[in-house]
Design a protein around this ligand. Structure first.
Ligand SMILES: *Cc1c(COP(=O)(O)O)cnc(C)c1O
Length: 234
């Protein structure tokens, strides 16, 4: 980082300010949108500084890295979310470490989370990841498969579905993300309308460093921001 680059503390405060401002502009209360500081590859000392500056939720993508860092930062009163691709054989760790898993995109994974959560005496909060853009390379279920998956997840006693997550293709122009965010919000509304017992659609995890203001305009409740806080990842 060059000497003139803003400090982490300034960046955290700036992003929190922008979130509150954007929520206000959208006629939403500032605390209806929460910052998930995506701290993959970021060392514990810098995570600690971000937490002291006001970030309360952190997103990690790799289980082994997260285990080490969360253990090292166990004194921090923050919440950890899993935002990476979760492999079935890592679920037991994910259930121990994370308050919310953003990336559930198969019944098989949900069933394994349910199994491990039962062993841990926990009800695990999850989001279903939806591939709204239909882009081949992206994780997530197709929108038309969401209802069937959600109905099956509703039967799992140790999993609680809190909402949806999406990661649209990278668009240089943030406004190009808008249709994808709007589609996720519309899908959440339609699933909510089914009134499936045990299913809540309170959370919409969408928007990253370059497009989180657009995501907030479209109803995001969790924005996942990495680079804008911690700088480019190496
Ligand atoms: C890395 C990552 C982010 C953060 O991306 P930035 O562009 O650095 O803000 C958000 N969501 C997911 C799922 C990620 O893997």
């Amino acid at each position: 980082m060059s000497p003139s680059a803003p400090e982490i503390e300034d960046r955290v405060r700036d992003v929190l300010d922008r979130i509150a401002r954007e929520a206000g502009r959208a006629g939403r209360s500032p605390d209806s949108v929460r910052l998930v500081a995506v701290s993959k590859t970021v060392e514990p000392g810098r995570i600690c500084r971000a937490a002291v500056a006001g970030a309360g939720l952190f997103g990690e993508n790799y289980i082994q890295e997260a285990r080490d860092k969360i253990a090292e930062l166990s004194d921090l009163a923050v919440s950890w979310h899993f935002t990476g691709h979760l492999q079935t054989n890592k679920v037991r760790y994910a259930v121990r470490l994370f308050d919310l898993i953003h990336t559930v995109a198969s019944l098989r994974l949900a069933v394994e989370i349910d199994h491990r959560a039962r062993l841990e005496n926990k009800v695990q909060d999850i989001l279903v990841q939806v591939n709204v853009s239909g882009e081949e390379a992206k994780d997530g279920i197709a929108p038309e498969e969401a209802e069937a998956l959600v109905r099956k997840i509703a039967d799992l006693a140790h999993v609680r579905l809190r909402g949806l997550m999406t990661m649209p293709p990278y668009n240089h122009a943030p406004k190009d993300s808008r249709p994808h965010f709007a589609a996720l919000a519309a899908l959440a509304r339609s699933l909510d309308g089914l009134s499936i017992p045990g299913v809540q659609m309170n959370e919409l995890s969408m928007g990253m460093s370059h497009d989180f203001p657009v995501a907030i305009q479209e109803g995001a409740t969790l924005v996942r921001v990495g680079t804008a806080l911690f700088g480019e990842r190496s």
